[in-house]
Design a protein around this ligand. Structure first.
Ligand code: TYM
Length: 334
């Protein structure tokens, strides 16, 4: 609890173009929850260097991501938005938690397996211990809730296991966090292969809607979305492409899957796909406009983030000191 409010933590990597999956699965929920909780939102730049980055490009992307948080509706005066790399407690706690995380647990992480396959020439130790850093992110703020997409659930489960293991040895040090998954949109799939997650790194650009895609591109990608030959807009496991489109439409319009089925009863996929494209444009166009405006206002963004790293560090360091004491590190002589 901070200021009588429960605590929310989440983060996003600053690599590549964000997708509609990142927005509907995570960012959108951050904005709706931000009034209710004391929130910490980080640009997870420490995580990003587990894959090689071009420094100039990386710096630019990190800034863009932070601007996008604000453009999506997170008020930087009320919420703590910051760069993970600017709060050294993240790296310090990550080291300690590494010593409470088993090789077997880390080897089971599907993201590690996927990324190792994708970057076979750079399977570094950071990629392997990535979940311990993620646990540090969350546990430093004593977060009660962590809004993420389904693909991060395994990491969150591991965070809970690490926290429980630590608490069992040293007493109640960490709050055990709960995941927050949205009703729909927790796993947005590729428009070209609905059995695969929509991803920033998809080789087929038609499979992903990028947040900065223009309206024509968005509509065209939905028109080309892979569906099936059943011809009915039904929320059924046997129609993964249509199911994904219903999820996207529901999340953008606030309608339930049943309402969507009713709305498009007896209509062809063409009409439905057009409506999904329009609904996504209606959500992304204003977001893009706000992003463009904010990007021009360097001073505003600079001011918004100036004090936030310090604010985050204040809370994070409190937990870190407690942990250091518990494990038996010697106190600094001042
Ligand atoms: P990242 O940057 O890959 O993704 C950011 C958020 O977007 C969600 N997401 C999706 N949701 C629905 N459908 C999709 N297709 C989709 N693709 C991505 C992710 O689940 C995530 O919530 N390791 C994390 C960043 C991180 C973090 C943390 C998250 C670092 N520390 C602590 C929570 C708490 C990551 O790489 O997310």
């Amino acid at each position: 609890m901070i200021n009588d409010k429960k605590v929310l933590f989440s983060a996003m990597q600053a690599t590549g173009n964000l997708t509609l999956g990142n927005y509907l699965g995570a960012l959108k929920n951050w904005t709706t929850l931000s009034d209710e909780y004391e929130c910490f939102f980080a640009v997870a730049d420490l995580h990003s260097i587990t894959v090689r980055q071009d420094p100039a490009e990386f710096r630019k992307n990190a800034r863009k991501l932070l601007t996008l948080f604000i453009a999506a509706g997170i008020d930087p005066e009320k919420n703590c938005i910051y760069y993970q790399s600017q709060v050294s407690a993240h790296a310090e706690l990550a080291w300690i938690l590494n010593c409470f995380t088993y090789m077997g647990e880390l080897s089971r992480m599907t993201q590690f397996k996927d990324k190792s396959a994708k970057h076979a020439d750079n399977i570094n130790a950071g990629l392997f211990t990535y979940p311990a850093l993620m646990a540090a992110d969350i546990l430093l703020y004593q977060a009660d809730v962590v809004p993420v997409g389904k693909d991060q659930m395994q990491h969150l489960e591991l965070t809970r296991d690490i926290a429980e293991r630590f608490n069992a040895i040293y007493g109640d040090v960490f709050t055990i966090p709960e995941a927050y998954l949205g009703k729909a949109g927790a796993k947005i799939m590729s428009l070209q292969d609905p059995t695969k997650k929509m991803s920033k790194s998809d080789e087929n650009a038609n499979g992903s809607i990028y947040l900065m895609d223009d309206p024509d591109t968005i509509r065209r990608k939905f028109k080309r979305a892979v569906t099936d030959s059943e011809g009915a807009v039904r929320y059924s496991e046997s129609q993964p492409g249509i199911m994904n489109l219903i999820d996207i439409y529901s999340t953008c319009t606030g309608k339930t899957a049943e309402e969507v089925e009713k709305e498009f009863e007896g209509q062809g996929y063409g009409v439905f796909k057009e409506a999904v494209g329009d609904a996504v444009v209606a959500v992304l166009e204003p977001l893009q406009k706000r992003f463009e405006e904010l990007s021009k206002n360097k001073e505003y963004i600079d001011n918004c983030i100036k004090n936030n790293a310090e604010k985050a560090a204040y809370t994070a360091t409190k937990t870190l000191r407690k942990v250091q004491k518990k494990v038996g590190f010697s106190e600094k002589i001042r």
